[in-house]
Ligand binder design. Structure first.
Ligand code: GAF
Length: 409
């Protein structure tokens, strides 16, 4: 059997020390503080967020760390351990959509969005380090935005982030909802990635030991208890190492297709499609009608799967979620067409090795898959997935057993 590679997860002390050290080496002084924010995996509810639908992510133990200090001017100086570009400098007065490129646009974008919303945010130095795998569909962008958002909240006394209590729950969800919206604005407008709001909500509003039921129509959340270990289960995350990106391209096309389908159906969003079969009939035919109908079928059935998934958790029938995961993957692969060879290999190998259910997670076109496995089967399923990748001459995947962690703070 192929030995699986496990992904590196830092504890908070290590992440904190790394960011502090990078800050001190770069700027020659100590930071005023360090804040961090998690990546996420989505249990179910994929490509539903920008359709006003439901999603059910958890926060990962992988986090991005931002060490920060205030400046007296409006300069932002940024450095990241993950970027070889050295120190970047941006004046906040010059920051606007299209003026900052690459990873810095996410950081500066958060400060820009806060200022656009009327918050008194001035210049700052920031050093970033992260163990959230980049391009792995585990929301490294939102973790970066959220870490900067809570760091600036603390630095400038904005009073939006509140605290995270000892049980890992955020104390001010309303304030965090505001920060999440501003992080989405940073990503959409400054970074140019037309994503929905699930990832930022997961990073800022999740609760340890719980999944976050997010209603994207009104932004409301419910924390749903999730203790897989108590049921003898574990969630295996497979980073396929097939890198994806959501700036432009296929993701934007899927979003545009949903908008077009909603327009033709005369609804504000696909969440408002109440009679799925009738909607599919109405769309079918014409040059793109069949494709649009399949996109709609995915969104409508996926939203229903989120509800069924939460009902199963509420009823304590955790194993009942497995077929919903399988159905979600089939729908994403065949109707929404966002899977890829590596994701299908991961899902098929996990199932063949005894996973109860498995699916791709995140936006797709690469990234990660998740599998629900019996706790005693984790090593065997991980080994089987690694072997399947080797057998198909794919780069080795990186594996993690995910437990729902605390939000940004
Ligand atoms: C990416 C996006 F950033 C999210 O907003 C969401 O649409 C997801 O893909 C698909 O569910 O992570």
């Amino acid at each position: 059997m192929t030995t699986p590679a496990w992904s590196d997860v830092w504890d908070r002390a290590e992440g904190d020390a790394r960011a502090r050290d990078l800050f001190a080496r770069t700027f020659g002084t100590a930071p005023q503080g360090v804040r961090s924010a998690p990546g996420r995996v989505n249990l179910i509810g994929e490509h539903t967020d920008y359709n006003d639908g439901l999603a059910l992510p958890i926060a990962l133990p992988h986090r991005t760390y931002a060490a920060v200090a205030r400046r007296d001017d409006d300069l932002v100086r940024l450095v990241s351990a993950q970027e070889p570009t050295g120190v970047r400098e941006v004046r906040l007065a010059d920051a606007a959509p299209g003026t900052v490129s690459g990873w810095a646009s996410y950081v500066v974008g958060v400060a820009w969005a806060l200022r656009e919303a009327g918050h008194d945010v001035g210049g700052f130095d920031v050093a970033i380090d992260s163990c959230v795998p980049f391009g792995a569909g585990l929301s490294s962008s939102a973790a970066l935005e959220a870490s900067v958002a809570v760091a600036l909240d603390a630095l400038h006394g904005l009073g939006l982030a509140g605290e995270v209590d000892p049980a890992g729950a955020p104390t001010d969800d309303a304030g965090r909802a505001v920060l999440a919206t501003l992080c989405v604005r940073a990503e959409n407008e400054m970074a140019g990635a037309p994503t929905g709001g699930m990832d930022q909500a997961a990073s800022l509003r999740a609760r340890a030991g719980h999944a976050l039921l997010l209603d994207c129509r009104d932004g409301r959340v419910r924390h749903v208890p999730l203790d897989l270990a108590a049921h003898g289960l574990a969630l295996l995350v497979v980073d396929t190492r097939a890198e994806h990106a959501h700036v432009g391209g296929e993701y934007a096309q899927r979003r545009a297709a949903c908008d077009e389908a909603a327009r033709r159906l005369g609804v504000a969003s696909l969440r408002d499609v109440v009679d799925g079969p009738a909607a599919l009939d109405a769309l079918t035919g014409g040059p793109d009608g069949d494709v649009l109908a399949r996109r709609v079928r995915h969104v409508v059935t996926e939203i229903a799967r989120v509800t069924a998934f939460v009902d199963a958790l509420d009823a304590g029938d955790v194993r009942a979620v497995a077929p919903l995961m399988d159905a979600s993957h089939t729908s994403l692969r065949d109707d929404y067409e966002v899977s890829c060879r590596e994701l299908d290999v991961a899902v098929d190998a996990a199932r063949r090795a005894g996973a109860l259910g498995a699916r791709m997670t995140g936006g797709g076109f690469g990234g990660s898959a998740i599998a629900l496995v019996r706790a005693g089967d984790v090593a065997r399923v991980a080994g089987a997935v690694a072997a399947a990748f080797a057998g198909q001459h794919l780069a080795p995947p990186a594996l993690t057993v995910a437990v729902a962690g605390p939000p940004a703070g």
